[in-house]
Design a protein around this ligand. Structure first.
Ligand code: GLC
Length: 566
């Protein structure tokens, strides 16, 4: 039995208009401080991105998404933004930004920037003013300041916990406390205050006017909060249904903010796009992906899944169905700057799962805690499965988000000493959560040199020696390398892309998935350990290079050319 899944509310062919660029784009995430260092200070920068524009073009991506490059004290890798409308001087200037934008646009690559609206840096001018202005001042109303509890107000207003560990309140010199869902250096904004609403509109216009094509919205499910007294306890918060009326998370009224942003986006031609980072239950994702809200939302289900046919199929079916509830397209992600790289996850034993199917611990966390020794990482198996998973993903309808370095088959770096760590989750959890530095190590561009071609100075996070084997220079033009596989896959994908539908074909095996796109492009993935025969020869592309054969080897994805190209 086959089943055709229509992934979207309107088919591209329903209208004469070409589909908007973002619907099936390949978006490459750049973590700017670790991509390329042009000025030789050990920190990646905007000019570094410009210098690698040809690399991005040859890779064949449709867009890049830049993680924050704004002025920041780097308490959370730049997600503590001190000024939303400038470039961190260590990364360059606004002129450098314009040059980069022009270089990427000249190569047909769109640019999406990260916007961080739930919190800012404690160095932000409005927060500094709030500190100076004192309790009861209008300046403090832009944030969430409260009196403490207990004698002299020495205890926090509530027992709420921050996402990085420790209390979610921080006490200032005059004795008041402010709310920070993340690090203490990231005070939450009061979204009931009109100043922030106006200020963010200004920011969106500032970047849109410069020519930025879209925005990735950080923790989009937070922002608005019902903080009427009495405030609930953490246990009460945890027990509240997440139905849109929760006090602090995924509230329906956050979409009032996004409706205003939507007007801004749609006032440009072409409309600016947005994608929500919303960690919410999947039935609430369509709210963020709707045309009156942000228009697209990340789905992290593949990123959380094991390398397992049944899980992958369930994730795809469910998310195409969800995308169909809006007029958006689905998104797919295997790696980003917050998780252990997928080559490494797939080379480690699958994590234990709770009864609800969620992983009991973050995949790879124990291995990271052991400094990369226990359990043993099977690098080859992980890399092989990662290539197969990537080709599986790139064949799906919708847009795929790639994270810098995955095209080099990079593994997570586990051997970073405590003194070199930067991630606040490491410090705030007392080392219990090792943090995310291991996927943020600067990219290896060449085999030699103090920073493997990343720059001229020792990099801000140490590169282990094995990274040299993954260098761009090492893989470029080498048949069978992961980099060449990505390049060929992105080129074929562009050629073969078609309507956003998918049909599952029977395989007779539980560990093999086979789907067909409307133009006949077929994707077969063998998750298990035995070869799988297919009726047509595997054309042009396979994660194992078994091109031209009628057999798909274990842990491999093969693409079968479309019978017709649209
Ligand atoms: C998002 C970012 C993460 C950051 C957090 C706080 O989840 O992806 O890197 O630490 O928001 O801004």
């Amino acid at each position: 039995m086959t089943q055709i899944q229509h992934a979207h509310g309107t088919r591209a062919s329903d209208s004469a208009e070409p589909a908007p660029w973002w619907r099936q784009a390949v978006v490459y995430q750049i973590y700017p401080r670790s991509f390329a260092d042009a000025d030789g200070d050990g920190l990646g920068d905007i000019a570094g991105i410009t210098s690698r524009a040809d690399y991005l073009s040859a890779l064949g991506v449709d867009a890049v998404w830049l993680s924050p490059f704004y002025p920041s004290a780097l308490a959370d890798g730049g997600y503590d933004v001190a000024d939303h409308r400038d470039v961190d001087p260590r990364l360059g200037t606004l002129d450098d930004f314009d040059t980069m934008l022009a270089a990427l646009h000249a190569r047909g690559i769109k640019v999406v920037v990260d916007i961080v609206p739930n919190h800012c840096s404690d160095q932000h001018v409005w927060f500094q003013e709030a500190l100076r202005a004192g309790r009861g001042s209008p300046e403090r109303e832009r944030f969430v300041f409260r009196e403490g509890t207990g004698p002299g107000g020495e205890h926090p207003p509530t027992d709420w916990l921050s996402a990085f560990g420790g209390p979610a309140w921080h006490r200032v010199a005059d004795g008041q406390w402010y709310l920070h869902h993340f690090a203490p250096e990231q005070p939450d904004l009061n979204w009931d205050h009109p100043d922030w609403r106006e200020d963010f509109v200004r920011t969106l216009r500032f970047w849109s006017d410069r020519g930025v094509d879209g925005f990735r919205v950080d923790v989009a499910h937070m922002l608005t909060k019902d903080l009427t007294e009495p405030l609930p306890s953490q246990a009460e918060l945890d027990a509240m249904p997440k139905d849109g009326l929760h006090r602090t998370i995924d509230r329906d009224d956050v979409h009032d903010v996004y409706a205003q942003w939507r007007e801004v986006f749609n006032s440009y031609d072409p409309p600016r796009t947005a994608v929500a980072e919303a960690w919410v239950s999947s039935d609430r994702i369509p709210l963020y992906a709707s045309e009156t809200s942000l228009g697209q939302a990340f789905n992290f289900d593949l990123l959380i899944a094991d390398f397992d046919a049944e899980q992958f199929r369930r994730v795809v079916t469910h998310n195409l169905e969800l995308a169909g509830r809006t007029r958006s397209s689905s998104t797919w992600v295997l790696s980003n700057h917050d998780v252990v790289r997928h080559a490494t996850r797939y080379g480690l034993p699958a994590p234990e799962r709770r009864p609800d199917g969620e992983p009991a611990v973050k995949h790879g966390m124990e291995w990271l805690r052991s400094g990369g020794t226990d359990p043993r990482l099977d690098r080859d198996l992980g890399g092989r499965r990662a290539r197969a998973a990537t080709l599986f993903m790139l064949g799906l309808p919708g847009s795929s988000y790639l994270y810098q370095g995955e095209e080099l088959g990079l593994h997570e770096v586990a051997d970073i000493s405590d003194g070199e760590r930067q991630d606040p989750s490491f410090f705030r959890s007392g080392g219990e959560d090792v943090g995310r530095d291991g996927c943020r190590v600067p990219l290896p561009w060449s085999r030699e040199g103090v920073a493997l071609g990343f720059g001229e100075a020792s990099p801000h996070l140490p590169q282990p020696s094995w990274m040299a084997d993954h260098a761009v220079e090492q893989q470029s033009g080498v048949p069978g390398s992961t980099l060449e596989l990505y390049r060929r896959a992105l080129a074929r994908r562009r050629e073969w892309q078609c309507e956003e539908d998918l049909e599952w074909l029977p395989t007779g095996r539980e560990d093999v998935l086979h789907y067909r796109r409307p133009n006949g492009w077929e994707v077969v993935t063998v998750f298990g350990d035995a070869d799988h025969a297919v009726s047509r020869p595997v054309a042009l592309l396979s994660s194992d290079d078994a091109v031209g054969s009628r057999v798909v080897p274990p842990q491999t994805t093969a693409w079968i050319a479309p019978s017709r190209t649209d």
